[in-house]
Design a protein around this ligand. Structure first.
Ligand code: NDP
Ligand code: MG
Ligand code: MG
Length: 333
């Protein structure tokens, strides 16, 4: 079983004379920074000027510094920037502003694991990753709770650094929910696998294929949208509360029988073989290399695909139907 740390395993007083630099005031940055400050830690924000996030930090009572100055001020430096820009920002603004015995932190291991961020000599690195979006990290903390988090230390890091990382996890409320020990490799690879195979890639492809099958068979797109996209939320909520068992307990016996008889015909041995190949390409760095190169070229394929996907019939039908459901706080982007 996984090793889990709770409040008693972490010592906030280790951070008493330390300054924590939070680079980026986005989803994770705004939440972690405010939680740490409310836990009594000294926090400085590194956030570029002229953006809504800069103004947000100011409105929360922070006095944001340029990223390089914040990095220089921090004993702990957490890069809460988009993963695809972290490598460049680290090389240009962070690296030379770190001193020996500083602790470099992140909330996703991608850049360190794939060698885009290389901690300088004498600087340890750790990962403290809440398993939830920033707004939840903040709102649960304010309620007295905390979002379960992951912790990992870069190989060769000291016990002192581990203590600091655990204290950091306590400062954001993580140890209230439980902090699970992992490694950079495990966090990075499972995160990428989950979003590609199930959460984002797998589900989107499944929904689209189901929708297209009904429409191509002559059914109305509105019906196809309700059955293949809209109702997914009901099912996911049941998963979230009680797993597959609770979903199957809640739906009709007809739906449950169809689940068992047809599900394995849709996700087949062949599908699983392909999942293994996706995992292999994550593990051997092929995916990371492709994504980083795509960014170096200013994302031509990424932007083209995004454009094409936006125009799929399911998106047009969905926009119209959502406007008929007044209880949905619909988000049209
Ligand atoms: P966001 O996109 O919400 O925030 C990014 C921050 O970085 C913003 O403050 C943004 O400022 C700043 N930024 C973006 N581009 C640049 C740039 N080129 N130069 C300087 N500053 C820049 O990121 P997240 O909080 O979602 O992600 C941060 C980290 O947390 C990532 O490693 C992510 O994987 C991880 N994480 C995220 C989770 C989530 O739910 N969001 C969950 C767990 C981990 P500006 O407004 O100026 O662009
Ligand atoms: Mg991810
Ligand atoms: Mg039905």
């Amino acid at each position: 079983a996984a090793k889990v740390y709770y409040d008693d395993d972490a010592d906030l007083s280790l951070l008493k004379d330390k300054t924590i630099a939070i680079l980026g005031y986005g989803s994770q940055g705004h939440a972690q920074a405010q939680n740490l400050r409310d836990s009594g830690c000294n926090v400085v924000i590194g956030q570029r000027k002229g953006s809504a996030n800069y103004d947000l930090a100011v409105s929360h009572g922070f006095d944001p510094l340029p990223v390089d100055e914040a990095a220089a001020a921090g004993d702990l430096v957490n890069m809460l920037l988009p993963d695809e820009v972290q490598g460049d920002i680290f090389r240009n603004y962070v690296k030379d502003n770190l001193s020996p015995s500083n602790l470099l932190l992140c909330s996703h291991g991608f850049n360190i694991h794939f060698g885009q961020v290389i901690p300088p000599e004498g600087v340890d690195a750790g990962l403290v990753a809440p398993k939830g979006p920033g707004h939840l990290v903040r709102s649960e903390y304010v309620k007295g709770g905390g979002v379960p988090s992951l912790i990992a230390m870069y190989p060769g890091s000291s016990e002192t650094s581990r203590g600091l990382a655990l204290a950091y996890a306590k400062g954001i409320g993580g140890t209230r929910g439980g902090v699970i020990e992992t490694t950079f490799a495990e966090e990075t690879e499972t995160d990428l696998f989950g979003e590609q195979v199930v959460l984002c890639g797998g589900v989107s492809a499944l929904v689209k294929a189901g929708f297209e099958t009904l429409v191509e068979a002559g059914y109305q797109p509105e019906m196809a949208y309700f059955e293949c996209m809209h109702e997914l939320k009901l099912i996911v909520d049941l998963f979230y509360e009680g797993g597959l068992n609770y979903m199957r307990y809640s739906v009709s016996n007809t739906a449950e029988y169809g689940d068992y008889s047809s599900g394995p015909r849709i996700v087949t041995e062949q599908t699983k073989k392909e999942m293994k190949r996706v995992l292999e390409e994550i593990q051997n760095g092929t995916f990371a290399r492709n994504w980083l190169l795509e960014n170096k070229a200013n994302c031509p394929g990424f932007h083209a695909t995004r454009r094409r996907e936006r125009d799929h019939m399911i998106e047009k039908v969905g926009r119209d139907l959502r406007s008929m459901m007044s209880w949905i706080d619909s988000k049209e982007v």
